[in-house]
Write a protein that binds this ligand. Structure first.
Ligand code: MN
Length: 184
């Protein structure tokens, strides 16, 4: 079964500008993206490239640099790798309708086989992004519920509120500018 069937079924590509789901088998550095998604509920989507797709979690409160914060991260359907550069507005009434910002992007890595770690329910990984860096963990709770936790390192802090980072790393636009389709 194609890992992107669920992604493709949920969307009407005649109505949304999101990319169609194709599995991408390139080699090299693994990418990650965090998209701020102002849908019915405001949330952030963490996506880690793995085996040709983006493993995806919806994080209602977004990531935190504070190791004390355990942020709920709900596993959602795999997304195509091309989704990492999607920024724009999904039409109202369509799946995920609302504004999407490329909030952070970069590369990620983990010691050992990430696929096995995910199966076992504990992935420790390192991000090299513009907003998110250093060591992180995804810990499985039950069903689709995971926790996203910042590990203690030189980047962890209780002094930064992520909401102060409110522009796209792709275009420098705010959510409001993306929603109004302002060109920058
Ligand atoms: Mn989302």
């Amino acid at each position: 079964m194609n890992k992107l069937n669920i992604y493709n079924k949920k969307r009407d590509f005649s109505k949304t500008k999101e990319p169609k789901g194709n599995i991408d088998k390139k080699k090299g550095m693994l990418s990650f993206v965090v998209q701020h998604h102002l849908a019915r509920k405001d949330h952030y989507d963490l996506r880690l490239e793995l085996a040709g797709t983006l493993k995806s979690w919806a994080v209602p409160k977004g990531p935190s640099y504070n190791p004390q914060d355990k942020r709920l991260a709900i596993l959602v359907e795999d997304h195509p790798i091309s989704y990492r550069s999607f920024e724009g507005t999904i039409p109202k009434g369509e799946y995920g309708g609302g504004t999407v910002m490329v909030w952070d992007k970069g590369t990620w890595s983990s010691d050992g086989a990430a696929k096995d770690s995910l199966k076992k329910g504990m992935l420790k990984f390192t991000l090299k992004g513009k907003k998110l860096t250093g060591d992180w963990a995804l810990v499985h709770m039950k069903e689709d519920n995971w926790l996203l936790i910042k590990e203690k390192d030189q980047f962890s802090t209780d002094k930064i509120d992520i909401s102060k980072y409110d522009v796209s790393v792709k275009t420098g636009r705010t959510m409001d500018e993306i929603a109004r389709n302002v060109k920058k």
